[in-house]
Design a binder for this molecule. Structure first.
Ligand code: SAH
Length: 349
């Protein structure tokens, strides 16, 4: 349900759920298929050309259909990356980033309005969490971006605003929806879910049977370093997190990748690279991959980007840990998430 009138949020429905609703309206089943194929293209009302007016009226009465609206759009002159600031039906803002890669178009989507995880380097968490996104609002970002660009999105990364595993049920429903063959049919192997490390939820996720790629925002080589920049570490220690990752791998056979944002004088020293290699080898029994991300500086945090990125990478590699430095797309439009939303909120005050 999306609003007080208790209308049904149509874009959050599986095809079989919509079918039940349509039949209960006294309509034939095939209408459900027709309607479903319109809504996943972002079309509604008069745009649903093969739906009779009388049925469209019934749909208006029973369902609510909304797509995130483009409030602002920044296009990189360097690589064509597009950053969207979307406005939701209740006036809240979220961000998505469209990136072109050789293997296809990727959309980075948000999972919550704001975030309550409190990572010290991150812009998305500065104002806390306002609310969770519905499955339809996660899907809606992809539909709106496909509509705007006229291109198909084949890969999705849940690395925008929010902590997907802090919005667990909606995230799971979104993953099942988006990969459904009658929906956008994006393969789960082409979807990455990124988490700051909610161990209990990682355990739950391992049992869902969803072959997504799990990305762990590790960002540190020991508890002292991690607790300073990521409050979640006060709840789940590094060792617990890595053990959960190993269990996840054993259960799913899916490789896990680790994200490591390099911050000057916090987590970027060579000794740290050694310690990181040691704990990864100790706890993770599968080949693992470390994605190094030079910090994208956020003024309010006072933290600075590392100048030691290549040394850190080379040290890890020399110790047998596979590491790459993430290519920065859209560097001219400040494509990392959280900052546009904050600006928009300030302007609207
Ligand atoms: N909450 C999830 C996903 C959102 S953030 C998570 O924590 O994984 C996606 C990635 O960007 C995370 O690895 C996050 O730690 C990282 N990140 C956040 N702010 C950043 C910044 N200013 N510079 C570089 N990486 C950042």
């Amino acid at each position: 349900m999306i609003n007080s009138e208790q209308k049904i949020d149509i874009l959050s429905l599986f095809p079989e759920e919509l079918e039940r609703e349509i039949v209960s309206l006294g309509e034939p089943k095939f209408r459900a298929k027709q309607i479903y194929s319109w809504i996943i293209k972002g079309k509604w009302g008069e745009e649903m050309k093969n739906i009779p007016v009388s049925l469209r009226q019934k749909l208006e009465n029973r369902f609510v259909f909304t797509l995130p609206k483009i409030e602002k759009k920044l296009v990189s002159k360097i690589d064509g990356t597009i950053k969207y600031l979307f406005k939701l039906h209740d006036g809240e803002f979220i961000e998505s980033v469209f990136m072109k890669y050789e293997h296809g178009n990727t959309l980075c989507i948000s999972s919550q309005v704001g975030c309550r995880m409190g990572c010290k380097f991150c812009a998305s968490t500065l104002l806390g969490r306002v609310r969770n996104l519905l499955p339809s609002e996660m899907l809606g970002q992809i539909i709106a971006a496909e509509k705007d660009t006229g291109e198909r999105i084949s890969n999705v990364v849940m690395m925008g605003i929010g902590e997907p595993l802090d919005n667990y049920d909606n995230t799971i429903k979104f993953l099942r929806l988006v990969s459904h063959e009658d929906n956008l049919n994006i393969g789960l192997r082409h979807i990455s879910v990124s988490t700051c490390g909610l161990v209990d939820k990682i355990n739950d996720l391992a049992n869902e049977g969803l072959p997504i790629t799990l990305s762990i925002s590790l960002h540190a080589y020991d508890n002292e370093t991690r607790s300073k920049i990521m409050p979640i570490n006060n709840k789940y220690k590094v060792e617990e997190l890595l053990m959960a990752c190993q269990r996840y791998f054993e259960k799913t056979s899916r490789r896990i990748s680790f994200e490591y944002t390099l911050i000057a004088n916090q987590n970027d020293n060579e000794e740290g690279a050694k310690k990181l290699a040691t704990i990864l080898k100790k706890y993770i029994k599968s080949p693992c991959h470390v994605n190094l991300i030079p910090l994208n500086e956020v003024k309010e945090t006072g933290l600075e980007t590392s100048k030691n990125v290549n040394n850190f990478k080379n040290k890890l590699m020399s110790l047998g840990i596979n590491a790459t430095v993430r290519r920065r797309l859209g560097s001219d439009i400040n494509a990392s998430c959280g900052q546009l939303r904050r600006q928009a909120k300030e302007e609207n005050r």
